[in-house]
Design a protein around this ligand. Structure first.
Ligand code: NAD
Ligand code: AKB
Length: 321
C-alpha cells in the first residue's frame, strides 16, 4: 500500500491539479508537493506539505524522501518543448539529470512506485503520423523529445534490471483552465480560450490545419491516477503508454468556440513552434493503455470547449484574469 507520495514540479500545469486529485484520494498530509519555484498556491499550501525542491539537487531530494518517509514519487519537473528549443542544455540537464537522480534515489531508498510522464514529443518526422502505434519509430528532432525518449528507455532499464515499479504515459497536449502551461508547443490550445474570453479573438502561432492529439485536464488526471493505481503485474508496457482523447487543429478549436461565441475571430502568425508541431503525430493509437489498464477518455472537443469557456468566463467576471 502506498502511503506517502512526493510530487516534483508540482506547481506546473499538471502538478497543480494532480496534487489536489491525489490528496483527495490519499489524504492531504500524505502527498508532498514540491517545486523549484517557492511560490505556491493557497490551495496547495493549505491542503498539505510543500517543499521547495530543485531536482538537480540530489541531496535535498534525498532529505525530503527521508523526512516524510516517501514510498512513491510522481516526477513532473521538466522543461517543455518550446522552452527546451530556446535553451536545449537546460532541457537536457533538468529532464535527464533530474530524472536520473529520482530513479537512483528510488532504487537506493527502495521506493515502491515511480510515475514519470512521457510525451507525444518522443515521436518525430519519420514516425507514422496517423493513429501512431505504441511501438514505432522514435527519432524526435527536439531536445525535449530526445530527453523524453531517453527517459522512457532509462525507466524500462530500471524495471528490467532492478525489478522496480516505474510507470509512465505519453501525454498529448494537455488543455486546462487552472494553471497556464509552462512553455510547450501545444500551449496555443489553452491560450485560445483565455483570449476568446478576454478579447474575443486570438492570434495563433501554429497554422490553421496543424493537427495534434490533445486531452482535457480531467481526462489527464484520470489517466494519471488510473495508471498510478494499476496492477503492475498485469502491465506489458511500463514507461511509455500512448494515451489519446481527440485530435484537433487550431481551425477546429476556433469553430468549436464559435458555436458558443459566434463573434470569435482567429488569425495566424506562425513561429518556430510550427516546425516542432509538424514533427509530431496527428493522432494516437492508445489500444495498449485501453487493454492493459482500462484507459478511456470522457471529453471530446465540444464538451471541453463548453467547460473551458464556462470556467474561464467565470474567472474573467471575478476579475481573476
Ligand atoms: P510545467 O512546465 O507546467 O511545470 C513544470 C514544473 O517543473 C514547473 O512548476 C517548474 O517550476 C518545475 N521545474 C522546472 N525545473 C525544475 C527543477 N530543476 N526542479 C524542480 N522543479 C522544476 O509542465 P507540466 O505541463 O505540468 O508537465 C509535467 C510533466 O508532464 C512533464 O514531464 C512534461 O514533459 C509532461 N507532459 C506535459 C504535457 C502538457 O501538455 N502539459 C504534455 C506531455 C507531457
Ligand atoms: C509541449 O507542447 O511541449 C507539451 C507536450 C506535448 O509534451 N505540451
Amino acid at each position: 500500500m502506498i502511503k506517502k507520495i512526493l510530487i516534483t514540479g508540482s506547481s506546473g500545469q499538471i502538478g497543480s491539479e494532480l496534487v489536489m486529485a491525489l490528496r483527495n484520494i490519499y489524504g492531504g498530509e500524505n502527498v508532498i508537493a514540491s517545486d523549484l519555484c517557492p511560490n505556491v498556491s493557497e490551495k496547495i499550501k493549505a491542503s498539505g506539505p510543500f517543499e521547495q525542491l530543485n531536482v538537480l539537487d540530489k541531496g535535498t531530494i534525498a532529505d525530503v524522501i527521508d523526512k516524510y518517509k516517501v514510498d512513491a514519487i510522481v516526477h513532473l519537473a521538466a522543461i517543455l518543448s518550446a522552452v527546451g528549443e530556446k535553451n536545449p542544455m537546460l532541457a537536457l540537464n533538468v529532464n535527464i539529470k533530474g530524472m536520473l537522480y529520482v530513479l537512483e534515489l528510488a532504487r537506493e531508498k527502495k521506493i515502491k512506485r515511480v510515475l514519470i510522464p512521457s510525451s507525444i514529443a518522443v515521436f518525430g518526422p519519420t514516425t507514422p503520423v496517423d493513429n501512431t502505434p505504441q511501438e514505432t519509430i522514435l527519432r524526435p528532432t527536439t531536445m525535449y523529445g530526445i530527453t523524453k525518449v531517453t527517459g522512457e528507455l532509462l525507466a524500462d532499464y530500471y524495471v528490467a534490471n532492478y525489478g522496480m515499479d516505474i510507470r509512465g504515459l505519453r501525454y498529448p497536449g494537455i488543455i486546462s483552465n487552472e494553471t497556464l502551461p509552462g512553455g510547450g508547443t501545444t500551449d496555443y490550445a489553452v491560450a485560445i480560450y483565455y483570449d476568446a474570453v478576454k478579447y474575443g479573438k486570438y492570434e495563433c502561432f501554429l497554422s490553421e490545419n496543424t493537427m495534434l492529439p490533445m486531452m482535457y485536464m480531467p481526462d489527464c488526471l484520470k489517466a494519471t491516477v488510473d495508471l498510478f493505481q494499476a496492477d503492475f503485474s498485469k502491465l506489458k508496457h511500463y514507461s511509455n503508454f500512448n494515451v489519446g482523447a481527440f485530435s484537433v487543429t487550431p481551425k477546429l478549436i476556433a469553430e468549436s468556440i464559435k458555436k458558443y461565441m459566434p463573434g470569435f475571430e482567429i488569425t495566424y502568425k506562425t513561429d518556430f513552434r510550427q516546425a516542432i508541431a509538424d514533427s509530431w503525430p496527428n493522432s494516437i493509437d492508445d489500444s495498449c493503455a485501453r487493454e492493459e489498464w482500462g484507459w478511456k477518455p470522457s471529453f471530446d472537443l465540444d464538451a471541453m470547449t463548453q467547460d473551458m469557456l464556462k470556467v474561464i468566463g467565470e474567472k474573467h467576471k471575478q476579475g481573476l484574469i
